[in-house]
Write a protein that binds this ligand. Sequence first.
Ligand code: PMP
Ligand code: GLN
Length: 399
Amino acid sequence: MKAPAHGLASKLPDVGTTIFSVMSKLASDHNAINLSQGFPDFEPPKGLLDALQARLSQGGYHQYPPMHGIADLRCQIAEKVRRHYRVTVDPELDITVTSGATEALFVAMQAVVQPHDEVILFDPAYDAYDPAVRLAGGIPVHLALKAPHFTIDLALLRAAITPKTRLLVINSPHNPCGSLIDAETLKAIGQLATEFGLYVLSDEVYEHMVFDDARHISALEIPDLKDRSFVVSSFGKTYHATGWKVAYCIAPEALTREFRKVHQFVTFTTHTPSQWAIADFMASDQGHVENLSAFYQDKRDRFLRLFDGLGFRMRPSPGTYFQLADYSGVAALAHLPDTDCAVALTKNYGVAAIPVSVFYDAPPKSSRVLRFCFAKSDETLIEAARRLALGLGSTGTAP
Ligand code: PMP
Ligand code: GLN
């Protein structure tokens, strides 16, 4: 398509197509195993699919649901929050069902960020945050997470807060690093947010994927944060159904009121049959959520075993379904910047991954880290490792 003759001034001139679409297309074009974009290659739980089928065959679930989500689902969310975090939230006043966490993040930003407000993000940061801040007229302020465990540097955070700071975006378990924010840090963030009158957007879409006996601490559990946060989660992650795009935002009544003013004009509502199916499944089965961390820890460990000996340096991921891999010791790849490495791995070795530098405003020099998604069947993971062993040699040296 030709550019419009009058010359369109882009609102996001430096933004291209998201890396997830780019890498998934490249994987598909080259018949590569797709360990790039984060989605499972297995089906949602049968009980959830049965619930959807049942609602569809009953009929009557095809029109607009309530703008903030069906009551049954909001009640199930409130009950889950009570069970997991021992926190009470009001299903009518505090919970809004959204069309994916992506919508919730965008809406929360639009709801509170005024032109020229500063919004603090921690790099590497999920790629939807920065453009959403800018589309709201805000100014993203990127702070680096502290190596090697990708933790928040509280002194750096305090120093970055100015009279213009409006919102702080946190993400635990963290995409792409898998790191978790501990209770002490969350409390300190809550104190800072209270002291400076900031709002907090807490992206907790991987809340049920934490490993090695760690526990996810929600912003909802920290009173200072609960009072001023939008807490976002996604059924796409929890129920292996990323294509359903059903998620939610929990926020105190006053924030929820502003959130809904925007949500009603962005998507208005979310797919009706999916909301019913999820509500039904949540009412009948808690086992899926209770077992999810063990399920993914098993996959992470299998991935680490299969990739052991290929030359990647990997610190076991503490959460999410992603594993970072440093390839500076892989002779055949070490000379490549990570964006080139991800392309080469896809085209030449038949395995796609995400370059981590794309999650930075100012990427670290000579970054040599890829992100692999291990939400895949055993066969997929085995085949990916087989291809890499064949291509790289089992010591990580080119054959
Ligand atoms: N936040 C993070 C950290 C994510 O990884 C994702 C990825 N899907 C989202 C938000 C968006 O979730 P959804 O698919 O529900 O829009
Ligand atoms: N969150 C997913 C990931 O990190 C991708 C979601 C998307 O493609 N927008 O891979």
